[in-house]
Write a protein that binds this ligand. Structure first.
Ligand SMILES: Cc1ncc(COP(=O)(O)O)c(C=O)c1O
Length: 345
């Protein structure tokens, strides 16, 4: 393995910065399970306000936030309507079936986005032969769709369609602040139509652990019991909540830098023979592209890059994904481009 390392695998690979570690070291702590950790309580209040919801609940992961949201809004046998490449479809260990006993009714999206018409088509009638359509799910930004940002009018029309058909609405906002920074709409505006919102501290925000679920006081009180049942209640969790507070103070505006670097990477890749990419699809911190080269498949290309110290991940259907984040600067982007160009020359 080469000694340079440019890790574009995901925005989850960041290490806590010295300032963040200091905040963690100095955090006031208490027993989180008993609601006595002051730093956790501060983080929950802060995220609830950010998202314009009554309450938020600190959790070990955003996967747990998503799973609790499904549990909150459904009964076994119900259906969740969501885009076909949404996170729970591929990456949550079968949790919707395991934990909530629900079906996933998937909608084919365009780069992760779908329309109000598709929602109306997906919702079942009341006939007893169908399962009950219970929950509409939106992911913003959409990860596998390409870090795509929902245009506000499309988001509102999809939510309006779901609401008018009696569905509950959940937003997987693991990267909601990327969407907010890219679109200029405040997070609470993007969260407003939804009953509940998942929010992640470990992606672009750069914290080492944690996600939150936000919603009404009643929903979050119920969610707290599911958190306990799933083993998500913690003890002196202020240590990690402090990293989240630090991230909200220091790492939000800088998401624009990640977006700029993703664009820089995409524009440079577009000039390399053997790479297929549409840079106009890069809206936030993700770059998806394909390798069209007689010497490589996407898998062998990934391996060859890894040998040279550049780590990417596999997207859907043979595409490759590079994600920019806190630990990647302009020089790293330029170096990655040079290594990719050299490999394909
Ligand atoms: C869109 C989306 N939702 C949820 C998650 C789950 O987050 P966590 O890793 O905190 O469980 C991820 C993680 O990559 C994600 O991309």
């Amino acid at each position: 393995m080469a000694h340079i390392l440019i890790d574009l695998f995901s925005d989850t690979t960041t290490r806590p910065t010295p300032g963040m570690r200091k905040a963690m070291m100095e955090a006031a702590v208490g027993d989180e399970q008993r609601g006595e950790d002051p730093t956790v309580l501060e983080l929950e209040a802060r995220v609830a306000a950010l998202l314009g919801k009554e309450k938020a609940l600190f959790l070990p992961s955003t996967t747990m936030a998503n799973q609790i949201a499904i549990k909150l809004h459904t009964q076994p046998g119900d259906e969740v309507i969501l885009e076909a490449d949404s996170h729970p479809v591929h990456f949550e260990g079968g949790g919707p079936g395991l934990i909530s006993g629900v079906h996933l009714r998937t909608i084919p999206g365009r780069r992760g986005l779908f329309t109000a018409e598709q929602v109306r088509e997906a919702v079942r009638s009341d006939l007893a032969i169908h399962s009950r359509s219970a929950l509409l799910w939106v992911e913003n930004t959409h990860n596998m769709g390409g870090g795509t940002v929902w245009p506000l009018d499309q988001l509102l029309s999809v939510c309006e369609a779901g609401r008018s058909l009696g569905l509950k609405l959940h937003l997987d906002g693991a990267r909601l602040l990327n969407a907010s920074v890219a679109s200029g709409h405040p997070a609470h505006v993007l969260a407003e139509p939804f009953d509940t919102v998942s929010f992640c501290l470990t992606k672009g925000l750069g914290a080492p652990v944690g996600g939150l679920l936000a919603g009404s006081a009643e929903e979050i009180a119920r969610a707290r019991r599911y958190k306990q049942a799933l083993g998500g209640a913690m003890r002196q969790a202020g240590i990690i909540a402090a990293a989240g507070l630090y991230a909200l103070d220091h790492h939000v505006d800088r998401l624009a830098e990640d977006h700029r670097r993703a664009r820089r990477l995409a524009d440079a890749l577009a000039k390399i023979d053997g790479i297929e990419i549409d840079p106009s699809h890069v809206e936030t911190n993700m770059v998806f592209f394909r390798v069209r080269h007689p010497r490589f498949t996407s898998k062998t290309f990934l391996d060859a890059l890894k040998q040279r110290g550049v780590i990417l991940s596999q997207g859907r259907g043979g595409s490759l994904r590079a994600v920019t984040h806190l630990d990647v600067d302009d020089a790293a982007i330029d170096r990655a481009v040079a290594i990719i160009a050299e490999l394909l020359a």
